[in-house]
Design a protein around this ligand. Structure first.
Ligand code: CP
Length: 307
């Protein structure tokens, strides 16, 4: 499979997802033997205008496991020529002469799309703007559901938290919407609910969904609960009570409502969403997600560099 850029979830067709997961399975075996040297002549430039732990480290780890090399700036807003007023477009054109692939996390909505439009080398979107997309996270999330539940068709997923601004949920909704008989429950306070563009997309593709604010009511029905952060300062800014946050807190008591086969997922970092006491429950899948992130990102890098 050859992919030019990874910009948004909608670009992935079902056959592409099947092939990507098959490559990720093969990468599990590559990882088990410590990696490969297949991409030893390739360089990945990692350009992060926003903070990151998982996305940057896992992509850099993935590139090293493939035998490639990494050029990295983790605070591009401070340490790159953006300080001297350089545009994103010019930075991307320049880095195209130094590397074979650019991983970009940008603070502007549509930053990755702008980069892809001028780039001579593949762009991988590592998150763009508030309420943008985070397709590599959604792909690893989907892979985790597939591995944990055994299928994606017919899966029932509760997406919880700040659904308005959360780019992981937006990207995941697009991907889940590609599968038959999927049911999506969007669970959030009113001012954090999923935006209309996602609902329009799901409606257009005949995907079943429900908007809810009551997590406890939904939990017994779902295969996956996908929790995300609600930043406390945003709650007060949007006129919600601070205590609202406790309605979405997953602890051992809440866990009793969840079926035994279900998965508890979170893109991390977590703040007040999941109690550390849940970590040892076999349904806790959030650290598996971080491990799967390396496999999926190895598969994506191989696919843009030529597999
Ligand atoms: N899940 C995720 O995007 O984490 P980071 O912000 O640490 O990359």
């Amino acid at each position: 499979m050859k992919i030019r850029h990874v910009v948004e979830s909608q670009q992935f067709t079902l056959p592409m997802l099947v092939e990507l997961f098959s490559i990720a399975d093969q990468m599990e075996r590559v990882l088990a033997r410590g990696g490969t040297q297949d991409y030893q002549n390739k360089i990945m430039a990692s350009l992060f205008y926003e903070h990151s732990t998982r996305t940057r480290f896992s992509l850099e780890s993935a590139m090293y496991r493939l035998g490639g090399k990494v050029l990295s700036t983790e605070r591009a807003n401070t340490f790159s020529s953006v300080v001297a007023g350089e545009t994103l477009e010019d930075t991307i054109r320049v880095i195209g002469n130094y590397a074979d692939v650019i991983v970009l996390r940008h603070n502007d909505l549509g930053g990755a799309q702008r980069a892809a439009q001028v780039s001579s080398i593949p762009i991988i979107n590592a998150g763009d703007g508030k309420g943008g997309q985070h397709p590599t996270q959604a792909l690893l999330d989907l892979y985790t559901i597939y591995k944990g539940i055994g299928t994606i068709e017919g899966v029932k997923v509760a997406l919880v938290g700040n659904l308005t601004d959360g780019r992981t949920v937006r990207s995941l909704a697009y991907l889940l919407g590609k599968f038959e008989r999927v049911k999506l429950y969007f669970i959030a306070p009113k001012s954090f609910q999923i935006k209309q563009d996602i609902l329009d997309y799901l409606t257009k593709h005949n995907v079943w969904f429900e908007l809810q604010s009551d997590l406890k009511k939904i939990l017994p029905e779902v295969d996956v609960v996908y929790s995300t952060r609600i930043e406390p300062e945003l709650l007060t800014q949007r006129g919600e009570r601070l205590e609202t946050i406790s309605q979405y807190f997953i602890d051992d008591t809440i866990l009793k409502l969840l079926p035994p086969h279900a998965l508890v997922m979170h893109p991390l970092p977590r703040l007040h969403e999941i109690s550390p006491t849940v970590d040892t429950d076999p349904r806790a899948a959030y650290f598996k997600q971080t491990r799967n992130g390396v496999l999926i990102r190895m598969a994506l890098l191989a696919s843009v560099l030529g597999y």
